[in-house]
Design a protein around this ligand. Structure first.
Ligand code: PMP
Length: 328
């Protein structure tokens, strides 16, 4: 069924909630839900792309596994398995008639209106699972993928993993991301890069970060308070297959200014080159050759124009039958 059209954004008319498709307009929660008061949500961001063999979701099982991992850390018990959440996503997209979309699964602590509980203790509150989807263009702008963006180093420190675990993609983590993003935007930058509590480079407000130096790809390790990004992993695997050496190591702020190339990776941002940091030009001030090469391979993989590296299967087709017929 066709969904809502809000300005230029198409939104699916249904939302998957606890095993059922409900109307978008009914996907509401009470203002006194635990999640509204205390930030108790975990979520995902996934993209579905149009390919010559039909629409396909990029690394759907890996995203749903990360969702369940995030829920496990926060002791949010959900009856849904990874496979059920993947199937629900396919069902929702098939119903929506969107052929390219962004998918937002969410697990939240809600409110039991018959037995309300308003304290910090999350245990009395029900755990609800949702999946919504809409058409979403280029997160950092259409120009960004080609020309690169201007970023700053944030004055905000990235959350430390012993206060809010950065392996979890939790709603509350994004209060920190919002501070980083707002400061960057108000300073005239597209995005901010946060340093961790030791002053080492961590990540953007919603992206992982890569440097290119002397032909090698360098990225902060998981210990630098980063989200284990699925695009980050995809970049690492694509680079390794191309024979580009990848090093996960701590990076000091100064190295950002001296890098040959710099780029962000993320589901929303895809692979976005960075042309300056704190108004210091990075390399030649435009997308560099290694960034371009990796971007090219990444876009080929997501559009099914080449297989994923090392024989992996990264695409879940919405209409598997259509895919089989096309490749027959
Ligand atoms: N770091 C943060 C803080 C993010 O929000 C995201 C986006 N999910 C990423 C990194 C990139 O992760 P992924 O490639 O899995 O989208």
């Amino acid at each position: 069924m066709a969904g809502k059209d809000v300005e230029t954004m198409k939104i699916a008319s249904k939302v998957w909630k606890n095993g059922e498709l409900i109307n978008w307009d009914d996907a509401r929660i009470h203002v006194m839900s635990h999640v509204v008061n205390y930030g108790s949500s975990v979520f995902e961001g996934i993209r579905c792309y149009r390919t010559s063999q039909g629409s396909a979701v990029f690394r759907l099982p890996e995203h749903m596994q990360r969702l369940l991992n995030s829920a496990k850390i926060y002791r949010m018990e959900t009856p849904y398995t990874r496979e059920q959440l993947c199937d629900a996503t396919v069902e929702l997209i098939a119903d929506s008639e969107l052929d390219e979309c962004y998918i937002r699964p969410l697990i939240v602590r809600g409110l039991d209106e018959d037995k309300p509980a308003f304290g910090v203790n999350p245990f009395p509150n029900p755990v609800d699972a949702y999946i919504a989807t809409w058409q979403w263009g280029k997160y950092l702008g259409d120009e960004a993928l080609e020309n690169g963006i201007d970023v700053c180093v944030s004055s905000w420190t990235r959350i430390t993993s012993n206060s809010l675990p950065t392996m979890a993609k939790a709603g509350a983590n994004y209060m920190n991301s919002q501070l980083i993003k707002m400061e960057a935007l108000l300073g005239g930058f597209s995005e901010g890069i946060a340093l961790d509590d030791r002053g080492m480079v961590s990540e953007g407000s919603g992206e992982n970060l890569f440097l290119v130096n002397g032909g090698r790809l360098i990225t902060p390790p998981l210990g630098a308070s980063i989200l284990p990004g699925i695009t980050r992993d995809s970049v690492i695997q694509i680079a390794r297959e191309l024979g580009i050496e990848v090093v996960e190591t701590t990076i000091q702020r100064g190295a950002l200014y001296l890098a040959d190339e710099l780029f962000f990776s993320g589901t929303a941002a895809e692979i976005t080159p960075i042309r300056s940091v704190d108004r210091i030009t990075v390399g030649p001030g435009k997308r560099g050759p290694i960034t371009e090469r990796i971007q090219e391979e990444f876009f080929k993989v997501i559009r099914a124009e080449r297989p994923a590296p090392f024989g992996a299967d990264w695409l879940t087709y919405i209409n598997a039958e259509e895919k089989k017929t096309a490749s027959a």
